[in-house]
Design a protein. Structure first.
Length: 320
């Protein structure tokens, strides 16, 4: 897919006349790739790298253009199952023309920061700047999802929510690697600002981009470290929930077994009290009362012992 834009009154306006200063190739087919190689003289390896989501960000200089590859987050959908992915975007800056190659249709020029563009070099920096804010938006979403999953883990006894947290942790590792990769690109842009043709205003914007990217990287590191360090604790919560359930089931089982034992004793085929020979009309009810009384005695004894152990544990904790 091919889209063309031109700079009009410091704004990007899409055009279809073929005179656009900004040309965007989205998931180019073989014919468009051939045009990029033959007409724009783009290195084949660099073109393949721009379409590779696992490629690292970098800056290279060719005889007639500067080639940049930067990393940006992909749009998230429910089909990704909590996995946030990244993609690569190739930017080729010529004198008077900018060629952009992306493997998928991403909103490259959305946001207020594209309302005033003074040059193609300025547009390149604003694309990277918007990419940083895109990472920050996704990090906030990841943090919100993590909080929601933590609340569900508090009452969960399965692995579903734990696996979702593992997937989010994997996403943060991808994001952190991509942000660090962009940091190397930003450093190279700062070192080669004069060679690329950045104006003083663009250099100031590049310094702001450097600061924002560092803050984004630190935020991703904090989220990643917190998520990784507490995974064992969350797994222990799930195991503890399961143990509590098994404890409750054992109490119920024993509570039922005690009156069952009483009834079983009086059901033996031997001479026992309250049988027909005694002539007692209340034999059945006496046996049922004994069964219920034994169950009540067991529950009271268990409750007393549990409260006693809890008091002993609390007193030891206060002493320490």
């Amino acid at each position: 897919m091919l889209r063309q834009y031109k700079l009009t009154d410091n704004r990007l306006v899409e055009t279809g006349n073929g005179d656009g200063a900004v040309i965007v190739f989205i998931n180019p087919d073989e014919a468009e790739k051939r045009r990029l190689l033959d007409e724009f003289k783009i290195d084949e390896h660099t073109l393949v790298s721009a379409l590779d989501p696992d490629e690292l960000a970098r800056l290279e200089f060719e005889p007639d253009h500067a080639a940049m590859i930067y990393k940006r987050p992909r749009n998230y959908s429910s089909r990704d199952h909590f996995l946030f992915k990244v993609s690569s975007v190739g930017v080729f800056l010529f004198k008077g023309r900018l060629v952009i190659v992306s493997g998928e249709d991403l909103p490259l020029f959305d946001g207020r920061m594209f309302s005033r563009i003074v040059s193609l070099q300025d547009l390149v920096l604003r694309m990277i700047y918007r990419c940083i804010f895109h990472y920050l938006e996704h990090l906030r979403v990841i943090n919100m999802i993590t909080d929601s999953l933590e609340r569900k883990i508090g009452s969960s006894m399965g692995n579903k929510y734990l696996l979702n947290l593992f997937t989010l942790e994997k996403s943060l590792v991808f994001y952190l690697s991509s942000i660090n990769s962009n940091e190397m690109l930003i450093e190279k842009l700062r070192l080669n600002a004069a060679k690329i043709g950045f104006s003083p205003e663009s250099i100031e914007l590049l310094d702001d981009i450097h600061v924002e990217n560092n803050q984004c990287r630190r935020q991703a590191e904090i989220y990643s470290n917190i998520l990784a360090s507490l995974m064992d604790a969350r797994a222990s919560i799930v195991g503890n929930n399961l143990n509590m359930l098994m404890k409750t089931l054992n109490i119920i089982t024993i509570s039922i077994m005690v009156p069952t034992l009483v009834v079983s004793v009086f059901s033996m085929n031997v001479d026992i009290p309250f049988d027909n020979k005694t002539g007692s009309p209340f034999g059945f009810w006496i046996i049922m009362a004994m069964a219920l009384g034994s169950m009540f005695l067991f529950v009271k004894t268990w409750t007393y012992l549990s409260e006693r152990n809890l008091r002993i544990s609390n007193s030891k904790h206060e002493e320490t």
